[in-house]
Write a protein that binds this ligand. Structure first.
Ligand code: FAD
Length: 318
């Protein structure tokens, strides 16, 4: 029994690319990792159809298929995967302290190290039409999906840094990028605003909100937008809608326990996965508001397992 009595070497929280890569490395280092998957087994990639930019898949692979492969690989080397969600953690303060991980189903585990890979969720507007066209034109990731809209017209919703970045990225690939900004100004940093201003195929539409989407067979062909000052409607012929209103890292259970920035991203030391608590490591989107890719999450998962392994061996040599 792993519960209550045993002290585990590592618990991995989250089953996205960061978690499974950490599991592969930790299992091969004979740490007997326990993974607690969370509600979304496989993480964010399970919500997408084609992944074309993960190295090693020249013909692309579906997100769910890739995650099944990663799980198989992690289990093959001895990772124990349990479908449960972490509800609370009690973290030690000093090197060598034991940490406690509790789950919503009432399980409790003791562990020397924790690898947090709980990811982040893109924020959506919360409208029904987004759900109807998710995967059929609605996206929250230009780096992931922009390529599918090359030479086409797209909309970017948002006026902050995320939106400005997505719009300038898409402008290189797409014909016209309509940027819908709810207010009469951009919230993005000055440098990002300048980049938007200098890009001739970005059409800034201030005081404008996305009202509805139209299309056939769940494929977007038009966006209905409204001027929020005079309620005037306009219809834009577009194939892609990029919602760029920010991301929310899944870190509620770590509030007050680990250092994080004002938006909830966990702090890790530069070129490391160490958090401010010894033996607690963070990898992937939960600690990365910049790159947010499967390959960078996987890379960080590898680093976290190596960091955890080194930490445990240093304890053994004390
Ligand atoms: P995630 O994949 O976010 O996984 C987080 C995990 O943590 C989940 O398993 C969840 O269940 C678990 N979790 C959360 N809270 C708890 C808890 N309390 N207890 C236990 N578990 C918990 N990237 C690419 O490189 N290429 C692409 O083509 C691509 N396409 C994408 C398409 C879409 C629609 C989306 C949304 C993202 C896409 N991305 C793509 C981005 C990529 O999915 C993420 O960068 C990557 O999944 C991050 O991995 P992660 O392991 O950090 O976290």
């Amino acid at each position: 029994m792993t519960e209550n009595t045993d002290i585990l070497e590592t618990i991995i929280i989250g089953s996205g690319p960061a978690g499974f890569t950490a599991a592969i490395y930790a299992a091969r280092a004979e740490m007997n990792p326990l993974m607690i998957t969370g509600l979304e087994l496989g993480g964010q990639l399970t919500t997408t159809t084609e992944v074309e930019n993960f190295p090693g898949y020249p013909d692309g692979i579906t997100g769910p298929e890739m995650m099944i492969q990663l799980q198989k690989q992690a289990e093959k080397f001895g990772t124990q995967v349990i479908i449960d969600t972490v509800s609370e953690v009690e973290l030690g303060k000093n090197v060598g302290d034991i940490h406690i991980v509790k789950t919503i189903s009432g399980k409790e585990f003791k562990t020397k190290t924790i690898i947090i890979s709980t990811g982040a969720s893109a924020k959506y507007l919360g409208k029904d039409f987004e759900k109807t066209y998710r995967g059929g034109g609605v996206s929250a990731c230009a780096t992931c999906d922009g390529f599918f809209y090359r030479g086409k017209n797209v909309v970017v919703v948002g006026g902050g840094d995320t939106a400005a970045e997505e719009a300038t990225y898409l402008a290189k690939i797409c014909k016209t990028v309509y940027m819908l900004v709810r207010k009469d100004y951009l919230k993005a940093s000055k440098i990002m605003q300048d980049r938007v201003d200098l890009t001739s195929n970005i059409v800034l539409m201030y005081n404008t909100e996305l009202q509805d989407l139209k299309g056939d067979n769940n494929l977007v062909s038009q966006a209905v937008v409204i001027d929020n000052l005079n309620n005037e409607e306009k219809v834009l012929d577009v194939d892609g809608i990029f919602i760029a209103i920010g991301h929310k890292p899944n870190t509620e259970i770590f509030k007050g326990k680990l250092e994080m920035d004002e938006t909830g991203y966990l702090h890790v030391k530069p070129f490391s996965t160490e958090t401010n608590i010894p033996g607690v490591f963070a990898a992937g989107d939960v600690a990365d508001k910049k790159y947010r890719q499967a390959i960078t999450a996987a890379g960080a998962g590898c680093m976290a397992a190596l960091d955890a392994e080194k930490y445990v061996s240093s304890l053994d040599h004390h």
